[in-house]
Design a binder for this molecule. Structure first.
Ligand code: GLA
Length: 381
């Protein structure tokens, strides 16, 4: 990938660029908790986005996407927003740095990546983080704090891509560390690295290769449900800033005041915040069976209460149970993408073989299998 990027950079701009990269992410548990001020437990992975970048002394950004074979130029002013979806991520990062008083001037860039698109592995966060990290190094002498770099990616999604996402993906992509998952308290920003080397188990993703339409608007609707539930609870308990601050019984108190739909969404979130803590405790005891059981509970909640699963994901989840997989659940925003599975070494081959075969029989195409390695996040190469 490195050579291809540099060759293209040279062909387009007559020199070599400096190389930066950042990663996609997995999340062991803690789904849809980030924008509710709860805990998440992600890690960066060995699939990422790499970019060659160099200032060009002008006021224009010139970017080439190797994977899409597409070239885009834009100015750094608000009106110059590009039409191409992929270029908006880069434009947004530039604008968000500038809005915060940081510096960005014209630059040339060529980038490519191997994060599967639409699989729930946060290819967009990897792209945002690569550029946020690089532009901080190149134009700001690294003076923007790492957490702010993650927020720059998040604001890009909010303001230029229409997704009111939480901070998890960009955080993981920036803060990722080889061999460690990171428990982040999304309310306070406190985080802790947990070395993750489950002896005798493997972590594998199965990609349904489906992405259901309207996922972005459904995502934003989930967020609104949670905000309404939190607001109702806050009337009785003013200390509730985010839904994750609420106790389960406090939710019961307002059952008659909110819609049943908002109620079950909130019920899921409050349960999920607790599960992250339970999983971290279990990990400290090397108790992977409990970790796995919590993953199944999360899947149940995401499927029946939060309603962000789909037929293909539920099918893979049920199959995992049948194959005695320790833990399995839909990962990321939902509505397609991957399941994440914690499976004993000796059961791995049978599980994968069965899943590929039976999924293909039922849905007419094979799922993809990703054996992920927990890796470093944003960096200069
Ligand atoms: C997407 C969002 C994240 C998070 C997850 C669900 O990946 O970008 O902020 O909300 O969905 O946990």
């Amino acid at each position: 990938m490195k050579t291809k990027i540099q060759e293209k950079f040279k062909a387009l701009f007559n020199e070599e660029g400096d190389l930066y990269m950042s990663s996609g992410r997995i999340n062991l548990i803690g789904e849809h908790t980030d924008y509710n001020g709860g805990y998440v437990f992600p890690g960066a992975i060995n699939f990422g986005i790499m970019a060659a970048i160099k200032p060009n002394g002008a006021d224009k950004v010139k970017v080439f996407s190797l994977d899409l074979d597409e070239y885009v130029e834009f100015y750094l002013t608000e009106e110059s927003i590009p039409e191409q979806h992929w270029a908006r991520y880069i434009f947004g990062v530039c604008r968000e740095i500038i809005k915060r008083g940081g510096k960005v001037e014209g630059f040339n860039a060529v980038f490519a990546g191997d994060v599967p698109l639409g699989a729930g592995l946060s290819s967009s966060a990897a792209l945002e983080s690569t550029f946020a990290y690089a532009l901080n190094e190149i134009f700001n002498g690294g003076s923007i704090e790492k957490f702010e770099l993650a927020r720059i990616g998040q604001s890009t999604e909010h303001n230029y891509c229409g997704v009111k996402c939480g901070i998890m993906d960009q955080f993981a992509s920036i803060f990722g560390k080889e061999g460690s998952l990171i428990r982040l308290n999304c309310k306070t920003g406190e985080y802790k690295y947990f070395p993750f080397h489950p002896k005798g188990y493997r972590l594998v993703l199965i990609d349904t290769c489906v992405k259901h339409l309207l996922a972005d608007s459904a995502y934003n609707k989930r967020r609104e449900s949670c905000e309404r539930a939190a607001e109702a609870i806050r009337k009785n308990h003013p200390e509730v800033e985010f839904l994750s601050d609420a106790k389960r019984v406090w939710l019961d108190e307002v059952r008659g005041e909110i819609t049943e739909e908002d109620f079950i969404r909130a019920e899921y979130v409050i349960g999920e915040v607790q599960r992250v803590l339970d999983v971290c405790d279990a990990l400290e005891r090397d108790d992977y069976e409990t970790v796995g059981e919590m993953m199944y509970q999360t899947h149940f909640g995401l499927s029946h209460l939060y309603e962000v699963s789909c037929e293909e994901l539920d099918f893979l989840n049920k199959l995992a149970r049948k194959c005695e997989v320790t833990g399995s659940r839909v990962m990321g925003g939902g509505f397609g993408g991957c399941t994440i599975n914690l499976v004993k070494e000796e059961l791995y081959d049978n599980f994968i073989e069965t899943a590929v075969k039976q999924f293909n029989e039922k849905f007419g195409h094979e799922p993809k299998i990703y054996n992920v390695v927990i890796s470093d996040g944003a960096r200069k190469l």
